[in-house]
Design a binder for this molecule. Structure first.
Ligand code: ZN
Length: 466
């Protein structure tokens, strides 16, 4: 290991306590997308104190960009800090909410953003010491969970002069993410009918809830005729007020996802047709509103190789015996089948679930034509500029995101150890890019080749609204 990387790793270690404190406070004060006032202030204040130039982004209150250095290349590290509803959970190995039905960090974004803070701080110290040219940026990105924060940031041009973007996600395995992630449309379908007394004069009413139910039934029939990577899920957000009133309003919220944005767009139009059919059958009126549409994630191999090299150098998170016991007990709350089905997403080792914490660094070789069954607005950034990410084992092996178990682990030492590893890997990788312009050039060539003649336009703007 060179002196530069050694000093990055030491610097992250020196900031260990303050980084853990930040990640812990964000975990203890969960906020949903676009409401992350506490987290964004805590992080931007920290970076201001560290001597970064911090800028806000117009019209996006909980977004900020912290920058150090000058000139090319400009390397960005993407951070997130939003939480999820209903996932409030104590750090323990059984289901116990801090606040019943409260918010919780079930996706570990308290760790995600804070690792980026650690990375740019360590890099800045080294850049000052060695007089390294170039610019580093931390992007405080709001609302990853369903809010497409990075799409809205992209519309404001904040990624335009960026050369490469790096990020990570807390999962269960230590590996570069060489595969894609799903494109995702988030859409609310609203049915309007006619209210009536459900016993006295039901024939005078037209049930909006019937519209929703028949739409869902139709969509479930549609599933048989869709390609494998498509995922459709929905919740009924309004099903009426009382059983004795024929509901004149009902709403269902859909996610339609798939490996490629163009496939999802096509399926989305078929789902709209199902909704139209349901409205026709029930004599109701249907309208829909697309809340967000994000691209699939497209990894850059040149950058992912850099990430793998540095992950191998830094090594997997180390755990105390106590942490291992905690991971085993937490992991045992899933069945073996559940654990295997999740662990397979990021590991090609069939015996992976024999352990509860991932103590090695593996290299998921499946490549960019495979896909993880989840989505992220990092996908849009990957369609704008060369982007790469890694996964670090912050949760017991086989733990899915958006569970009480992932929330518990994200507030524990398991999560904090993973965060510090991610910090070091991101900083060392960005350092390689600052020191070796040839890598940046090659990453850009690969991006150009992959994207062919694609010119980034937010996915939402490519959808024909019927
Ligand atoms: Zn996430």
């Amino acid at each position: 290991m060179g002196i530069g990387k050694e000093s990055i790793i030491n610097e992250v270690e020196e900031n260990r306590e303050s980084l853990i404190k930040i990640a812990k406070s964000i975990w203890e004060n969960p906020e949903v997308g676009y409401d992350e006032h506490f987290a964004s202030k805590l992080q931007s204040d920290y970076l201001k104190e560290q001597g970064f130039e911090v800028n806000s982004v117009e019209g996006m209150e909980t977004t900020f960009i912290a920058q150090y250095g000058s000139g090319k290349p400009v390397i960005g590290i993407l951070g997130e800090y939003d939480a999820l509803p209903g996932l409030s959970q104590r750090v323990c190995t059984h289901r116990e909410a801090v606040i019943e039905d409260g918010l919780g960090h079930g996706c570990g974004h308290n760790l995600l953003g804070t690792a980026g803070l650690g990375a740019v701080t360590a890099l800045k110290a080294l850049m000052e010491k060695e007089n390294i040219k170039g610019t580093i940026r931390y992007y405080g990105c709001p609302a990853e969970e369903g809010g497409a924060g990075k799409v809205n940031m992209g519309k404001r041009g904040v990624f335009n002069d960026l050369d490469c973007a790096l990020t990570w996600h807390p999962f269960d395995i230590n590996t570069p993410i060489r595969c894609g992630m799903l494109s995702n449309f988030s859409v609310r379908f609203r049915f309007k009918g006619k209210a009536s007394h459900a016993a006295q004069a039901p024939y005078n009413g037209r049930s909006a809830l019937d519209g929703v139910e028949l739409m869902n039934t139709g969509t479930n029939y549609l599933r048989e005729h869709l390609i494998d990577s498509i995922r459709i899920h929905y919740i009924i957000t309004n099903g009426g007020d009382r059983p004795n009133i024929v509901p004149d309003f009902s709403e269902v919220w859909y996610y339609v996802r798939g490996k490629r944005a163009e496939d999802v767009r096509e399926v989305f139009h078929r789902v709209v047709n199902v909704a139209k059919g349901a409205a026709l059958m029930t004599g109701t009126h249907m309208e829909y509103k697309i809340l967000s549409a994000i691209y699939d994630f497209y990894p850059n191999d040149v950058l992912t190789d850099v990430i793998f090299e540095n992950l191998s150098l830094v090594g997997a998170p180390k755990h105390s015996e106590e942490d291992e016991k905690f991971a085993k007990k937490l992991g045992e709350t899933f069945t073996e089948d559940e654990r295997l089905s999740v662990a397979e997403g990021l590991s090609e080792n069939d015996n992976i679930i024999e352990e509860y914490v991932h103590e090695e660094v593996s290299d998921l070789k499946n490549g960019k034509h495979h896909c993880l069954s989840c989505s992220s607005d990092v996908g849009d950034v990957s369609h704008m500029i060369p982007t790469a990410q890694l996964s670090v084992g912050a949760w017991p092996i086989g733990t899915a995101a958006h569970t009480w178990q992932s929330c518990s682990a994200s507030g524990s030492n398991l999560g904090f150890s993973a965060m510090l590893v991610a910090s070091k890997v991101l900083a060392c990788s960005a350092y390689d890019l600052l020191m070796n312009r040839d890598i940046v050039k090659k990453a850009k060539e690969e991006y150009k080749k992959d994207m062919k003649n694609f010119e980034y336009v937010p996915l939402m703007e490519t959808i024909e609204i019927e």
